[in-house]
Design a protein around this ligand. Structure first.
Ligand SMILES: Cc1cc2nc3c(=O)[nH]c(=O)nc-3n(C[C@H](O)[C@H](O)[C@H](O)COP(=O)(O)OP(=O)(O)OC[C@H]3O[C@@H](n4cnc5c(N)ncnc54)[C@H](O)[C@@H]3O)c2cc1C
Length: 368
């Protein structure tokens, strides 16, 4: 019997597979597509991801940015410029980045079967039975569910899906563009982004509540930033939303399948890779049946408190966009701390304090 079947070879699955293989586990990755495959994503890898990556990132990195312009709802294009002391975000093409992560897991000893669309995962005695749409079945001690935002395995255990609809495209832009753009408050309960990559940029918007007018908001956003119209593609972002259960029996959910996306910035790659590495850590003992509990505890000690604070911050920003973004303008230290949060030098705790009440304290100070 296989030790661990990993379903999905995105950043979360490949990371879990690599670390498990490195510690001597027998790992099989089942992936629906054939790699390298495209993935709709702006491709912004924040600096805090770097220590979690296998060697070779330099070969897939396109460029890095240390500046972010944060816009707030103002027709005059008022914005705050935030500059970090080092790189904030590195830009990649997801097709190449995901392929590099997958190759690292195969080099570490994991096996891979592509074109395997997993349909179900059920307990089978002491083990787990994984069935693909072609009827093949696999048996494993544990399953890591890394099958992304539309996770079939997640659907088996819960219908709860906190998702943000997003539209995105790639455009030609000025080669000199040296900063990322985050634009809050202009789009109702949503935000827009521009991530330049050497003369091109990933440009998109996300909305917390889907609106049939989303295409109009997207066109408005392009016009607002003087960008040419290019037809976008749509996909979902599974934002973190006070979720508390990341495992079910012998299934561990990681990355988008666990809804681990920062609700302020839409950042998911860091959380995918971090949760993949925590799942691998929790699976160090396959025989005591307690890996799921260990994984929940590890998440709650590390990324969940940060995502909870980001959740409350997002509520604040989307409910009172002008006031909250004025905070960045009035107090430059807030912008500096936020840049440090993105790059990994600070945490939301440094910005909001130990309790979420910190967010409301900031609001009250600005409102008065
Ligand atoms: C428009 C957009 C822009 C984004 N921009 C950024 C950004 O700039 N920075 C950032 O950090 N995050 C960004 N994100 C979020 C980021 O893309 C995700 O959080 C990240 O890809 C999650 O990784 P994952 O491994 O969990 O899932 P995925 O990368 O989605 O990988 C899941 C894998 O599972 C496979 N799979 C799915 N179903 C099955 C099945 N039934 N059987 C077998 N295999 C299956 C898929 O083919 C895929 O390879 C963006 C998302 C969107 C939609």
């Amino acid at each position: 019997m296989i030790d661990v079947v990993v379903v999905g070879a995105g950043p979360a699955g490949s990371t879990a597979a690599r670390l498990l293989s490195e510690s001597g586990r027998e790992v099989l990755i089942l992936e629906k597509r054939r790699f390298p495959r495209p993935k709709l994503c702006a491709g912004g890898v924040t600096h805090k991801v770097i220590p979690l990556l296998p060697p070779g990132f330099e070969n897939v990195k396109l460029c890095s940015h240390s500046k972010a312009y944060i816009y707030y709802p103002d027709k005059g294009m008022a914005h705050v410029e935030v500059e970090a002391n080092g790189p904030l975000v590195h830009m990649v093409e997801r097709m190449d980045f995901d392929h590099y992560l997958l190759k690292a897991s195969l080099e570490a000893g994991a096996s891979l079967l592509e074109n395997r669309n997993v349909r179900s995962v059920y307990p089978w005695g002491e083990s787990m039975q994984v069935t693909a749409s072609n009827g093949e079945t696999f048996y494993a001690r544990y399953v890591v569910a890394a099958d992304g935002c539309n996770s079939v395995i997640r659907n088996q255990v819960s219908r709860y899906r906190p998702r943000v609809f997003s539209l995105e495209t790639t455009l030609k832009v000025n080669e000199e563009l040296d900063h990322v753009v985050l634009d809050f408050g202009w789009i109702p309960k949503g935000y827009g982004w521009i991530f330049p990559k050497n003369g091109r940029a990933s440009v998109g918007i996300g909305m917390l509540d889907y609106s049939p007018e989303i295409m109009r908001f997207y066109n408005d956003f392009l016009e607002r930033h003087d960008l040419p119209h290019v037809r976008p593609r749509g996909y979902f972002l599974p934002m973190y939303s006070l979720e508390n259960n990341f495992s079910r029996g012998k299934i561990l959910f990681v990355g988008d399948a666990a809804h681990l996306v920062d609700p302020v910035t839409g950042e998911g790659i860091y959380y995918a890779i971090k949760s993949g590495s925590l799942a691998a850590k929790a699976l160090n003992d396959l025989n005591d049946g307690k890996a799921g509990q260990r994984y929940n505890i590890l998440l709650k000690k590390t990324i969940v408190p940060e995502l909870r604070r980001a959740f409350f911050l997002s509520k604040m920003i989307y409910t009172f966009p002008t006031i909250s973004l004025n905070a960045f303008r009035i107090n430059p230290d807030i912008g500096k701390t936020y840049a440090d949060i993105i790059s990994g030098k600070s945490t939301h705790k440094d910005l909001l304090g130990p309790s979420i009440l910190g967010a409301w304290k900031i609001l009250k100070t600005i409102a008065h």
